[in-house]
Design a protein around this ligand. Structure first.
Ligand code: ZN
Ligand code: FE
Length: 764
């Protein structure tokens, strides 16, 4: 008789792991026990050596599909002469470092039961099992047990109790288990009153949707505002009420068939769409749903993931629903019922409210099947709070990210947990959510503030920086924005010592010299640090942040460095007079900053090709330019974009664009030519740095690389070289990835670099 003690780490709680172990042990005739611990699952098994061998091998190989095993340790131990195999109560000691499972979409087995009239959970919107259902959005604290979830106020009836306690049942220890008899329900609220009963509430909601009205629907991580995606009036009303002029709305479709009819789906896009995270997938639109994504060639589509969504589509209602986060423009999504009722009363005509509380807000994720593989553009439901990588660091680290598209990262026992997307911190609500999320994470993993290293951006006026300096901490460090972008890629790919040429292109980030960076080439590694070796030639930027909203204002800065400019107020340019005011600011050196941002270069070219108005959402001009370029042909012109003196000189490039525009060349060809040229110049500069520094890896990160056409151009320009190209996979290339990069720089890099500026801030 032998015995073994086995410890399993990773996503192993709330995914049916213990019942799986139980069944496996019994099948192998073994005795012992299994229990949940703060840092994973612990198993004691005893029996014949061969059976132990089989058991251990099958543990990793046959684990439930939602489980992710990161480590499995097995050591011999003393047999205790046990007579059966049991599941023990959770053990509580030390610091919890177990990985919390992200929320899972309804599984096939539950879906079948949902529509089986003979099933006790027929048409029940809270059906779930150990293979599916909510996790992160119901967990209040660890370890994961019903008493520490938002389901604690519903006690189990006989049916649920029996299934919960039966190790052979699919619902064994399914913490959110519920049935119509004992669990929460949905209700419908409108001016006409309250309708109770799941099916009656859903029917009433559908009536409203069919009549072109807007319904706030409580889902897994918050409320959606929903309307019929084929009803242009409803969409128009939604835009008016939400103060959202043009930013595309996501839609939810009945099924994959419907998705295929409205967007062009590649095999990898379909895979992404059907993946357990069920993200919104951006894909080329095949139909024009008026007002859903105005002036945009892409449509964001997702499949139903909650039982409620399936119930909505199963009835006779619309087959495509707008499903947008319930908030006013840029505010965080509403997730608490009272807050939703007050904040959304002027936005929604009615409410479809579920009684199960949501522990924390988690928006829908957004992804795309890109030229270099799948890209996550917004990382939330289905992904968060999964660990994205492990870092060789024992110290707990909290990285607070950037001010736009904020996320935070907490490193515990080397595991890097990246939070859900929080939003833009200049909105009061988002700033509060940011502070809440920090406390949520630090509390969840029971980190002592006095042990914590807090990392923030180098920008002294970022709200995230200011807050980081107010929090208690053991140590505080600043990491430069564009280094963090590059570091995020290397951290994800666990390339700790590997030297790379890091290309960091985005709109704005605070540079070492206090100017606005955004077109940077670094050389180095996570362990040795990153040296800036090449960058875009700096240009004046009149008006600072306002320039990001007005492409012609960027243009005034960049074009001021050119000779022989035509009158841009005249055809074919038609610049508004704002351009002249901006020009004056540059001439007088008033409120004029210096920038090396590629994002602003894209804005400038967008202005030259016709985008001369104010943007209504971040990145709009660049997206417009990319879509224009896609309509051009690949054999479009290639413009000169040389580098020398470690600077990429945009002046010949802009002169050529203006020349072509004056000669009435097709703007689609010019836009395509611009993309070709930036791609080729980037590849050439990166190759040059690789050769000069004996490096064979190019890393691309930063918001500009959300531009898939540019990625494809760089990739094809680098094809003739032998360099590896690496991009973000698990975190977004935009500022949503900054917190991971910050954490990695501090976990691995040379001692904290604290500049004089930071020291001043700290003493202030
Ligand atoms: Zn299920
Ligand atoms: Fe950035």
């Amino acid at each position: 008789m032998d015995a073994r003690l086995i410890r399993v780490r990773g996503v192993v709680q709330g995914v049916g792991f213990r019942p799986f172990v139980y069944r496996l042990a019994r099948a192998n005739g073994l005795c012992g026990w299994v229990l949940n611990q703060e840092n994973g699952v612990e198993i004691h098994v005893e029996g014949e050596a061969a059976a132990l061998e089989d058991f251990t091998r099958a543990l990793a190989k046959e684990a439930p599909s939602a489980a992710q095993i990161s480590a499995l340790e097995s050591a011999p131990t003393q047999p205790a002469n046990l007579t059966e195999f049991v599941i023990r109560d959770s053990l509580r000691s030390g610091t919890p470092t177990v990985r919390i499972s992200p929320d899972l979409p309804i599984c096939e087995a539950c879906l079948a039961e949902l529509f089986d009239p003979a099933d006790p959970r027929y048409l029940y919107p809270y059906i779930n099992c150990t293979n599916c259902g909510p996790r992160f959005t119901v967990i209040e604290s660890l370890p994961y047990d019903r008493a520490r979830t938002t389901m604690r106020r519903w006690s189990l009836d006989t049916l649920c109790e029996q299934q919960y306690n039966d190790p052979l049942d699919r619902r064994f220890h399914a913490q959110p288990v519920a049935c119509p008899n004992c669990g929460p329900h949905y209700l419908f609220e409108s001016a006409e009153g309250i309708i109770r009963g799941d099916q009656a509430a859903i029917d009433a909601g559908l009536d409203f949707l069919c009549r072109g009205q807007i319904v706030a629907i409580k889902g897994i991580g918050g409320y959606h505002l929903s309307c019929d995606a084929r009803n242009a009036d409803a969409i128009h009303a939604l835009r008016e009420r939400k103060f959202r002029k043009e930013k595309p709305f996501a839609v939810m479709v009945r099924d994959l068939e419907t998705a295929r009819r409205i967007v062009k789906l590649s095999a990898s896009a379909e895979e992404l769409l059907c993946s357990p995270a069920r993200p919104i997938v951006l894909a080329p639109a095949l139909v024009d749903l008026s007002g859903v994504a105005p002036g945009n060639d892409e449509l964001g589509v997702m499949l139903p993931y909650a039982p409620l969504h399936h119930l909505l589509f199963a009835a006779r209602g619309p087959d495509i629903l707008v499903m947008t986060s319930a908030n006013r423009s840029s505010e965080p999504i509403a997730y608490e019922d009272e807050d939703a009722r007050s904040r959304l009363s002027s936005l929604a005509d009615a409410f479809l409210i579920g009684e199960r509380p949501i522990a924390r807000r988690v928006d829908d994720s957004v992804a795309r099947a890109g030229a270099l593989g799948p890209v996550i553009l917004r990382r939330c439901r289905g992904y968060a709070p999964g660990a994205v990588t492990t870092l060789p660091s024992d110290k707990p680290i909290l990285a607070v990210g950037a001010d736009l598209k904020n996320t935070i990262t907490l490193v515990v026992n080397g595991q890097a947990f990246v939070s859900q997307h929080i939003g833009d911190l200049d909105h009061y609500e988002a700033l509060s959510a940011f502070k809440e999320t920090i406390h949520d994470f630090v509390h969840m993993y029971e980190i002592d503030w006095d042990d914590l290293t807090i990392v923030h951006d180098l920008h002294p006026e970022y709200l995230s920086t200011v807050h980081a300096l107010e929090l208690p901490a053991h140590t505080r460090c600043a990491v430069q924005h564009h280094r963090a972008h590059v570091a995020s890629v290397l951290a994800e790919h666990q390339m700790f010592d590997r030297r790379a040429v890091g290309v960091s292109f985005d709109g704005t980030g605070y540079g070492d010299d206090g100017t606005i960076w955004g077109g940077e080439f670094f050389v180095g590694s996570l362990t040795e640090g990153f040296e800036r070796q090449l960058h875009l030639r700096p240009a004046p930027l009149p008006g600072g942040d306002a320039a990001a909203r007005f492409p012609v204002q960027c243009a005034a800065g960049f074009l001021s460095t050119l000779e022989d400019l035509p009158n841009l107020l005249e055809p074919p340019f038609h610049f508004p007079t704002r351009y002249l005011h901006a020009q004056q600011l540059v001439q007088k050196q008033q409120r004029t900053f210096t920038t090396s941002s590629i994002g602003r270069l894209f804005d400038t070219v967008a202005a030259l090709l016709g985008f001369t108005r104010e943007i209504t959402f971040e990145g709009q001009a660049a997206i417009w330019l990319e879509q224009l370029a896609r309509q051009g042909s690949p054999d479009a012109p290639i413009y000169p974009f040389p580098f020398d003196n470690n600077m990429l000189d945009y002046r010949p490039l802009l002169s050529a664009v203006i020349h072509d525009r004056l000669n009435q060349r097709d703007v689609r060809q010019i836009a395509r030519g611009f993309h070709n040229s930036v791609g080729i110049a980037t590849a050439r500069a990166a190759s040059f740095l690789c050769e000069a520094n004996s490096i064979d890896l190019v890393v691309l990160s930063g918001g500009v690389f959300q531009n898939d056409l540019l990625l494809a151009e760089i990739k094809s320009a680098l094809n003739s070289t032998s360099f590896d190209v690496c991009v973000n996979r698990s975190v977004p290339p935009n500022d949503g990835g900054i917190s991971l990069g910050q954490a990695a720089v501090v976990a691995l890099g040379p001692a904290c670099e604290i500049s004089q500026r930071q020291l001043n801030l700290r003493s202030a």
